[in-house]
Design a protein around this ligand. Structure first.
Ligand SMILES: [Zn+2]
Length: 222
């Protein structure tokens, strides 16, 4: 475990060197951030620390590769993300930065913000998979929407990087807003439902990612 109290060129170098030589990197980062990367995984799931957001964080840390963005030095995190993407996109042809955040209380919509015309098939798979959750939990009436926007993050948040930077470092930015049906309006988690919901959601997201990667790879071949 690398422990970093600041993100600067030296500490980023430390992470990148480890990433080059090891299969997995763990780091604690400023403001309560955590980085856990497995080098074989072509995506990084991202979550920004927030107050009063029970459950959402736990979905992210069940992933094989994730970054929890702490609540200080956002610019440092941006730089770190850029350089990690730059390094790992060389292996995978692209590196997916997949941010997850909770929608407002009462929302029934999964909102996928993505470059819709660049990965239509994979996004359709995700939309469909997410809506099939209604077959497991009747009465939720959840829907999924795809929004083509350069701002692939929660409203009011800053971009992880702009699209020009993403292009330069080989990152593909996607965000998923999750309707917070796993907790009540006072932000108390429904523990049993939460586990089931998470166990449905995570494989659905993975199916999307691997479909996307398969297409990426075939582009490379063609
Ligand atoms: Zn933005």
């Amino acid at each position: 475990m690398i422990e970093l109290s600041t993100i600067n060129d030296k500490s980023i170098d430390q992470i990148l060197t480890k990433l080059e030589n090891k299969t997995e990197v763990n780091a604690s980062l400023p403001g309560g951030g955590i980085l856990h990367i497995e080098k074989e995984i072509p995506y990084l799931v991202i979550y920004r620390q927030r107050k009063n957001d029970p459950g959402t964080y736990r979905m992210v840390i069940s992933e094989a590769s994730y970054l929890i963005i702490g609540n200080e030095d956002f610019e440092g995190y941006q730089k770190l993300l850029y350089l990690i993407s730059n390094q790992l996109s060389a292996t995978f042809n692209a590196y997916m930065l997949f941010e997850m955040y909770a929608g407002v209380a009462g929302s029934n919509t999964f909102l996928i913000k993505a470059p819709a015309n660049k990965l239509p098939t994979a996004l359709d798979v995700l939309k469909q998979e997410l809506e099939e959750i209604n077959n497991v939990y009747s009465g939720l009436y959840l829907q999924a929407q795809i929004k083509d926007t350069p701002h692939r993050h929660a409203e009011g948040d800053k971009c992880l990087m702009d699209l020009e930077a993403a292009k330069e470092c080989g990152a593909v930015l996607i965000s998923l807003e999750i309707p917070p049906v796993y907790r009540d309006e006072e932000e108390n988690l429904y523990p049993v439902f939460f586990r089931g919901f998470k166990d449905y959601l995570i494989p659905a997201i993975h199916k999307f990612m691997y479909d996307y990667i398969r297409v990426q790879t075939s582009y490379q071949v063609a």
